[in-house]
Design a protein around this ligand. Structure first.
Ligand code: HEC
Length: 131
């Protein structure tokens, strides 16, 4: 479902940086950039990461470590309001893969990101945002 060219760009980018530096920071920077690109193409039309911008879905800035269904003022489904868990990287992966199975009754449309690498990129990007 993602353009092949994008994967190629990421691979190129990884190859270019891989030789030059092995620091974990560099790997993270690449993952964050890739995650942002996936986020922008798959999630951004419904989710803002900027508190000054209104979005159809809840703001995702600071979502890692936040209790599900608790962003102030957002009209969550009853299902998510009652979910009662905290968004960990693992919970976010399960949500991206099958949000409607993870929290039955959610009003978020199924996105179905099954590739663990892509899940990892998006989670790393979300975790890098300010809280
Ligand atoms: C078609 C619009 C749409 C798309 C696309 C979308 N979302 Fe959502 N998202 C929503 C809505 C609406 C909710 C609120 C769900 C509810 O209340 O049950 C939500 C809720 C969430 C939550 C729960 C936040 C909280 O405060 O508990 C997370 C996390 C999330 N989305 C992540 C993502 C990610 C990551 C993507 C991209 C892979 C994505 N969403 C794509 C509409 C969307």
């Amino acid at each position: 479902m993602f353009p092949k060219a994008f994967g190629a760009a990421v691979a190129l980018c990884l190859a270019a940086l891989g030789g030059a530096a092995t620091a974990a920071d560099t790997t993270d920077a690449v993952k964050i950039a890739a995650g942002k690109a996936y986020f922008d193409s798959t999630c951004h039309r419904c989710h803002s990461v900027d508190a000054d911008k209104k979005s159809y879905g809840p703001l995702l800035d600071g979502v890692v470590g936040r209790r599900a269904g608790t962003f102030p003022g957002y009209p969550y489904s009853e299902a998510l309001q009652k979910a009662g868990f905290v968004w960990t990287p693992g919970a976010l992966r399960a949500w991206m893969e099958a949000n409607d199975k993870f929290v039955p009754g959610t009003k978020m449309r199924h996105v179905g990101i099954e590739d663990p690498t892509v899940q990892d990129f998006i989670v790393t990007y979300l975790a890098s945002l300010k809280k």
